[in-house]
Design a protein around this ligand. Structure first.
Ligand SMILES: Cc1cc2nc3c(=O)[nH]c(=O)nc-3n(C[C@H](O)[C@H](O)[C@H](O)COP(=O)(O)OP(=O)(O)OC[C@H]3O[C@@H](n4cnc5c(N)ncnc54)[C@H](O)[C@@H]3O)c2cc1C
Length: 379
């Protein structure tokens, strides 16, 4: 048992901060390290993309720099689901991931693709053009991202992590080489600070007076999504679709992920709306929502169309959030002695959340990462 007490403050309670808090609490216990771990979240746990993402997990779709992180993460997702009742708590399951192209133009309506197999019975077969398998139940899975993130926080709290509803606004350095993280009306002494503020990371580092290297450039791109509930008795297959939909002269590429609770999540493209100060201030553009609902309904009129008919789907969420984007790869590592960052996961933060949290916990507690090769992801 180490006698030195660590005071670790994590800034940002999305999936990355929440998984970091969880693995810090677990690894500190197994290593006999005495640690006070505090998670600061300014807008509510999973208030940003971690609560509004699709939740597709892909094991082997990643480039050389993130492939090791992704395989660690995919395995950790599976382990967490087995040990903490993931299927019932956060909708974890394996699923097929398919590519589907369709033409919804009125003049094309009867030009049916000759051989469409039964997996696509829930779609508008007259409109389908090409289909292919992108991932199988062995290589793709899903979670409900908000429920998963909340479960990580719940488990971290059981292990002693303190969760504080507050926005970090400043950082002071102590003479002993430590830090004090400041919020509007509180201060938190820290031997280590971890910035996991998603698309706000670049801003937060600047506000705390920290040099962030690659992480300084992390910002956000807004994307909209909807969650549709099918009518009673209309069960959706365990599929995630990457689509390409032609309608007249327009093209769209919504992604549609069926969930085990009888809902389908559908998201649209990113736009250039500027990042607001807080996750709770993100605005929703009704026009973007209407387009996604119409595309999903056109592709699956029997299951996902919202209309006056007896089998109409119901819209259960209309939302927007910001993809955390920087220079390409996520940034995971130590910025300076005692200051760490885990951010910029772009469209793979739900997949790579557990691995990132695990690697950061190893780095902070052991001084090195041993469970994955993240050598190319440093700041
Ligand atoms: C439409 C969409 C669909 C997606 N689908 C998938 C998918 O299917 N699979 C996948 O793997 N990934 C997906 N992603 C990507 C994934 O959602 C993100 O990479 C991930 O959620 C990022 O997590 P994060 O914790 O870094 O950031 P966030 O979830 O944005 O969390 C950051 C948190 O920090 C808080 N914060 C900011 N500043 C402060 C401060 N000063 N003090 C305290 N708290 C602060 C914010 O309030 C926020 O809660 C999707 C993203 C989008 C936009």
């Amino acid at each position: 048992m180490s006698t030195t007490s660590r005071e670790i403050v994590i800034v940002g309670g999305g999936i990355i901060g929440s998984c970091t808090a969880y693995y810090l609490s677990q690894l500190a216990a197994t290593r006999g390290v005495k640690a006070t771990i505090t998670l600061l979240e300014g807008s509510g746990i999973a208030a940003g993309a971690s609560g509004k993402a699709g939740g597709l997990l892909a094991e082997d779709w990643h480039g050389a720099s993130t492939s090791s992180l992704a395989s660690l993460s995919y395995r950790l997702h599976s382990d967490l689901a087995s040990s903490l009742s993931g299927p019932s708590r956060w909708g974890y399951r394996n699923l097929d991931t398919l590519s589907v192209s369709a033409d919804l133009s009125p003049s094309q309506a009867r030009a049916r693709k000759s051989s469409v197999d039964a997996r696509f019975d829930w779609l508008n077969k007259d409109a389908l053009r090409e289909t292919s398998q992108l991932g199988t139940k062995e290589t793709t899975s899903q979670v409900h991202p908000r429920l998963f993130t909340e479960a990580m926080v719940e488990e971290a709290k059981k292990a002693g992590v303190k969760v504080v509803a507050a926005t970090a606004t400043g950082l002071k350095r102590t003479e002993a080489g430590g830090f004090t993280v400041l919020t509007e009306d509180q201060s938190f002494p820290a031997t280590e600070v971890v910035v996991t503020a998603g698309p706000w990371t670049g801003r937060v580092l600047k506000q705390l007076g920290l040099k962030g290297g690659r992480a300084s450039g992390i910002g956000g791109s807004r994307a909209h999504s909807v969650v549709l509930k099918t009518a009673e008795g209309r069960d959706l297959p365990a599929q995630a679709l990457f689509t390409s939909i032609k309608e007249g002269r327009g093209m769209s590429e919504p992604e549609i992920y069926n969930r085990p609770d009888g809902t389908a999540y559908a998201c649209g493209p990113t736009d250039s709306s500027p990042l607001p100060s807080l996750a709770s201030e993100v605005k929703v553009d009704e026009q973007a929502i209407t387009s996604i609902i119409s595309q999903a309904g056109g592709l699956s009129p029997e299951y996902l169309a919202v209309n006056d008919g007896p089998h109409s789907a119901t819209v259960v969420a209309k939302q927007a959030c910001y993809l955390p984007v920087g220079s390409g790869d996520p940034v995971i590592g130590e910025l300076e002695k005692g200051i760490y960052v885990g951010a910029g996961h772009s469209c793979w933060g739900i997949t790579n959340g557990p691995g990132t949290g695990h690697c950061l916990a190893e780095l902070i507690l052991d001084g090195k990462v041993s469970s994955a090769n993240i050598g190319r992801l440093g700041p």
